[in-house]
Design a protein around this ligand. Structure first.
Ligand SMILES: [Zn+2]
Length: 225
C-alpha cells in the first residue's frame, strides 16, 4: 500500500502522516510552497520527513500570490490575533486561502496516479477547524466522487481514496494521537507568523496551545514571551 501524505509541517499534517505510517503505508510526503508569507513551516516539513527517513519528499511550487484576500499569502492582510475560542470558527477567517484544499487534493490526486498510490492522507479537521469550508466531511465525499469520475485510476475502478484520520478529532485528541504514535511534535510549526518563535496569539497558535493544555501535555515548541 502506498500513500501520498500532504505535509505542511504543522501539527495536524504531521500526526496524519504518522498515522499513515502506523497503518503500514509506504508514504510519499507532499509539501506545497504556495507563496506563504513565511517559509518557516517548510523547514518543519523537511525535518519531519527526515525524522521518518522519507527521502522521496515531493515539493511543488505554486505561485498563489494573485490570491490577494488571504492573510496567509498577502502581506496587506493582517493575521487576526488574540481571538477567543468562540470567535474562532464563528466565520470563515481571513486566513482562508481560496480553494486551497481543492487545489492541494487535485495535485495530490495527480501525484497518486503518477506514483501508483492507493490513497492520499490529509490532516484536515472538522471540529477545531477554524471555519474553513474545505475541511468539512461533505467536501471530502464530493471530492472522492470527483476522483472516481475524473481520473484514469478512477475510470479503471481504483481511484485513490481520501484518508482524513483527524477529521472528527478535537485538537486535544490530535495531540493525544500524536503522542501515542510517537510523532515528532517538537519539529512541527503551526503559527501563522514566521518569527523565530511561535507568536502564541494567532488562531492557529491558540488552537494548538488549547489542544496541548486539554490533552495534559506541554507543547514542546518555543513561544514568544
Ligand atoms: Zn502564532
Amino acid at each position: 500500500m502506498k500513500a501520498i501524505a500532504l505535509l505542511s509541517g504543522g501539527l495536524d499534517s504531521t500526526v496524519s502522516l504518522a498515522y499513515a505510517l502506523s497503518q503500514g503505508y509506504e508514504v510519499v510526503p507532499l509539501t506545497m510552497h504556495y507563496g506563504q508569507r513565511h517559509s518557516r513551516e517548510l523547514q518543519s516539513a523537511k525535518a519531519v520527513a527526515k525524522h521518518y527517513g522519507l527521502a522521496h519528499h515531493v515539493f511543488i511550487d505554486l505561485d498563489l500570490s494573485s490570491f490577494r484576500t488571504s492573510a496567509l499569502i498577502s502581506k496587506d492582510v493582517d493575521v487576526p490575533m488574540k481571538r477567543d475560542a468562540a470567535e474562532i470558527g464563528n466565520d470563515i477567517p481571513v486566513t482562508y486561502v481560496p480553494a486551497r484544499n481543492i487545489i492541494f487534493l487535485s495535485i495530490a490526486a495527480g501525484l497518486c496516479e503518477s506514483e501508483g498510490a492507493d490513497a492520499m492522507f490529509i490532516g484536515a479537521n472538522a471540529i477545531d477547524y477554524s471555519g474553513y469550508p474545505d475541511c468539512r466531511p461533505d467536501f471530502f465525499r464530493a471530492f472522492e466522487r470527483t476522483l472516481q469520475v475524473g481520473t484514469k485510476a478512477g475510470v479503471e475502478g481504483h481511484a485513490p481514496t481520501i484518508e482524513h484520520p483527524l477529521l472528527y478529532l478535537t485538537k486535544a485528541d490530535i495531540v493525544r494521537l500524536g503522542k501515542k504514535l510517537n510523532a515528532p511534535l517538537e519539529l512541527t510549526w503551526s503559527c501563522y507568523s514566521g518569527g523565530a518563535k511561535a507568536c502564541g496569539k494567532c488562531d492557529s497558535c491558540l488552537l494548538r496551545l488549547k489542544g496541548f493544555e486539554e490533552a495534559g501535555y506541554k507543547d514542546p515548541i518555543d513561544y514568544e514571551g
